[in-house]
Design a protein around this ligand. Structure first.
Ligand SMILES: *Cc1c(COP(=O)(O)O)cnc(C)c1O
Length: 471
């Protein structure tokens, strides 16, 4: 056995011989030499490992021709950008792992001139002198939410951190035990609180918190009453929460500001469109909250950002916090946020043109039509590998928003014949562009809600080519 292995090792072609292969010579003019060498070394290492592990490998597999072929594949793999577009067939609209919100077309149109050229990012065109990068979105935010003032930072986690740091460093923040949430990616209220240097004072219980619970702990060190929106879970049954208006009244009596971390921060009332009630930023402010923070890339449907709106005196203080410089957002984010917010000036335009909202509000009938269109484009792949069936199912909002809401949809299912679901899911994921699907009840399901129309042709081709795959 060992002798056999030695023999195979000797048969592995050397780097110099591979470099003389005409196909590798051919590509060497198009790729940096170091990258080609890296591909060769990775390929040879892979072969050695295969031999060491005693996996099935024959002498023919080690011929220069075959190995050069493997090097080409490896070269293609490592020279591709790491960050790539994928097709989201999971039906999870705000999919954090897949980049949360898609930018609206009008945002994309502005990317090119603004990122490829200079801009008035921090330049006041009227005065001819230095300006603030935040003016581009602050007035819009004030206009849309009715707040006195607004500012933006890198994400909502940063927004909560800088609010707490500004208002409550070295002092106390009162929060209900029912709202000590954890959001995916390790955002936890108690941890953020500790980082900000504020002391968390928990009140109430997991299911019930009363106004008197807050009042009892208020003392000279109380700096803030904090509400955290239960974005990604719900407590049902014997429950009670203190409404914002009551908390505001309590805060007023003691001269303590009230803040809500809204999480998603919707600007349109989803109930109006047949979904469930999600508190909007405007409503929360109208109820008297002194400060509200929310994400730019959840239900708002913009870029990653943390938005802070509220009383002018508080927002001004937050703006002056040194942390602000560290948490500031980039010009591409500002541009995307400004353009997304501009769409909200007309709600009808917003729900039509902001992809996150459009996908969320798509009806079951829309999904049936979409699924039928995709089914037709696939045609009859005539394969024993799988059968295609259509079925009703549910999409999810995702992004830690509206946890219980299911959006009725139509699924295209690949029901295994010769192929099992895991194989098909992996195959679609390895496709270029990768297609991310779910496996449910031993079948691969493609949810059309999150597949963009422009991607239909690609998905149809992928399914047809999966049907033809051997090996
Ligand atoms: C999502 C969320 C956050 C974190 O927001 P990011 O923009 O992802 O940093 C914080 N608080 C709540 C309640 C959330 O839902």
């Amino acid at each position: 056995m060992a002798a056999e292995r030695q023999e195979l090792f000797r048969k592995i072609p050397g780097v110099d011989r591979l470099l003389l292969d005409p196909r590798l010579e051919d590509v060497s003019s198009r790729h940096p030499r170091t990258l080609l060498l890296k591909a060769i070394h990775l390929t040879l290492d892979g072969l050695r490992e295969t031999i060491v592990k005693g996996k099935d490998i024959r002498e023919e597999d080690l011929e220069v021709d075959r190995v050069a072929e493997m090097v080409l594949k490896e070269l293609e793999r490592i020279s591709r950008p790491s960050l790539r577009p994928v097709i989201n067939a999971t039906g999870v609209v705000v999919h954090t792992n897949l980049g949360r919100s898609l930018m609206a077309e009008s945002v994309l149109r502005r990317f090119r001139p603004l990122s490829g050229g200079y801009s008035n990012l921090e330049y006041d065109l009227e005065q001819g002198k230095r300006g603030s990068r935040y003016v581009h979105v602050e007035d819009l935010l004030v206009e849309l939410t009715g707040a006195e003032a607004a500012m933006v930072v890198n994400n909502n986690a940063a927004a909560v951190l800088i609010c707490l740091d500004t208002l409550a460093r070295g002092r106390e923040v009162v929060v209900s035990r029912g709202q000590l949430v954890e959001i995916g990616g390790s955002f936890r209220i108690p941890d953020v609180m500790r980082k900000s240097g504020a002391t968390m004072v928990e009140v109430g219980t997991t299911n019930k918190t009363h106004l008197s619970d807050y009042e009892q702990v208020i003392g000279p060190d109380t700096a803030l009453l904090l509400k955290v929106h239960k974005s990604n879970f719900q407590v049902v049954g014997f429950t009670e929460d203190v409404p914002m208006t009551d908390l505001v009244e309590l805060g007023k009596r003691y001269g303590i500001p009230v803040m809500e971390d809204l999480g998603s921060g919707c600007l349109v009332d989803l109930l109006k469109y047949g979904l469930v009630k999600e508190p909007t930023v405007q409503e929360t402010l109208a109820q008297g909250a002194d400060l509200v923070s929310f994400s730019g890339d959840k239900l708002l449907g913009g870029p990653q950002a943390g938005i802070i709106v509220g009383r002018k005196s508080i927002v001004d203080a937050i703006r002056k916090n040194q942390l602000n410089r560290a948490l500031r957002i980039d010009k591409l984010t500002l541009l995307a946020l400004e353009e997304t917010l501009r769409l909200y000036r007309d709600e009808h335009t917003a729900v039509r043109l902001i992809p996150t909202l459009r996908m969320m509000l798509g009806t079951y009938r829309d999904m049936v039509r979409k699924a039928e269109r995709l089914r037709k484009m696939i045609g009859n792949p005539g394969s024993r590998s799988f059968k295609i069936e259509m079925e009703d199912g549910n999409s999810r909002p995702g992004g830690g928003s509206l946890p219980l809401l299911e959006l009725p949809t139509r699924l295209l299912c690949l029901v295994p014949g010769k192929r099992d679901a895991q194989f098909m899911e992996r195959w679609l994921r390895a496709y270029d562009p990768p297609i991310i699907a779910r496996v449910e009840k031993e079948r691969v399901v493609l949810d059309v809600r999150t597949i963009q129309s422009r991607e239909f042709m690609t998905v149809a081709e992928a399914v047809r080519s999966l049907a033809k795959t051997r090996g």
